[in-house]
Design a protein around this ligand. Structure first.
Ligand SMILES: [Zn+2]
Length: 316
């Protein structure tokens, strides 16, 4: 995509006014390096939040970090009950292990979700399982010949056998209590799985009070329509956009059902044309303010269960 695209412009540090919540998308020139904030809740300075250990950051709030891990997905969530959730792991352990261990002082990941067995989602998973206690691992159980997935699965089964990990096949309808009033409901997939890994992605809707966030993995149009056909509630304040902003995902019908205020695209430099200008245009016409990690920006959203705040900045 070109440097003139809205996603890049936003990620490049424009301060977004609180009117964003109203969908006005009023943009004010930032002028500084990469930083910005939005939403009705006041946010601490970006670098201060980044350096706060998970136990101490914004107590009682749900905090979501859309990490900049290149052309891959990794989202760290600290729940209001103090639990740690990781949805996908980047494509290499160095994408997430130092951040969680050194910056966030995490020793235990309560819930690890591997949306589907592609390298750009599970590449850091072996390192995660080796570096932290993990309470429960959710994945779609999609059959894969990927050697990376085989390694992850072997390690996970070892841990299961020694009683140190719960392995859960993620299926629509499962709910996970995240403590402090937050919960996750899986809205996808159902059996039988599509024969394409992207469309087998575990899709989770995390709720805290009236705030919600939908994590769409890499689902494509077929899976989006299937989710809608089943009548799942996908409404969300914040959407982790499907498949790195691919044009084959984020259909108008799906986005209308989500009705997000904020859309975040986890993406890095790539040869696939992600994010697709057409997908970005559909997100914007659905009323979303679009942010991306393309330039290395980290996007942080936090909520008290009613209002929310958003920060954009770069690590280091
Ligand atoms: Zn992917």
């Amino acid at each position: 995509m070109s440097a003139r695209s809205p996603a890049v412009a936003l990620a490049l540090g424009i301060t977004v006014a609180a009117s964003l919540l109203l969908g006005a998308g009023c943009l004010l020139p930032g002028g500084g390096p990469v930083s910005g904030d939005a939403g009705l809740l006041e946010s601490p300075p970006f670098s201060e939040l980044l350096d706060t250990a998970f136990r101490d950051e914004l107590p009682g709030r749900l905090v979501i970090y859309f990490l900049a891990t290149g052309q891959s997905d990794a989202t760290y969530i600290r729940t209001p009950g103090g639990k740690v959730v990781l949805i996908d792991t980047g494509d290499d352990p160095s994408d997430v292990v130092p951040f969680l261990r050194d910056r966030k002082k995490v020793t235990k990941i309560d819930v690890l979700v591997l949306t589907h067995p592609h390298q750009d989602h599970i590449g850091g998973a072996l390192g995660i399982l080796e570096s932290f206690d993990v309470g429960a691992l959710y994945d779609p159980g999609f059959e894969s010949t990927s050697p990376v997935y085989a390694e992850v699965l072997a390690k996970a089964l070892d841990l299961v056998e020694s009683g140190r990990l719960a392995y859960v096949t993620g299926r629509a309808g499962l709910t996970v209590d995240l403590g402090g009033g937050a919960a996750a409901r899986l809205v996808h997939p159902v059996d039988p799985l599509d024969n394409e890994a992207n469309n087998a992605s575990v899709v989770a809707r995390v709720t805290f009070g009236s705030f919600s966030a939908l994590f769409a993995g890499d689902v494509e149009a077929e899976a989006e329509m299937e989710i809608l056909d089943r009548g799942e509630d996908v409404s969300a304040t914040v959407l982790k956009v499907a498949h790195h902003g691919s044009g084959g995902s984020s259909t108008g019908e799906f986005l209308a059902a989500v009705g997000m205020d904020v859309a975040v695209i986890e993406v890095g430099p790539n040869s696939f044309g992600h994010p697709s200008p057409a997908a970005v245009a559909r997100l914007e016409s659905a009323g979303a303010e679009v942010f991306s990690t393309l330039d290395g920006s980290v996007i942080i959203v936090h909520s008290d269960g009613r209002d929310w705040g958003l920060l954009v900045g770069q690590d280091g």
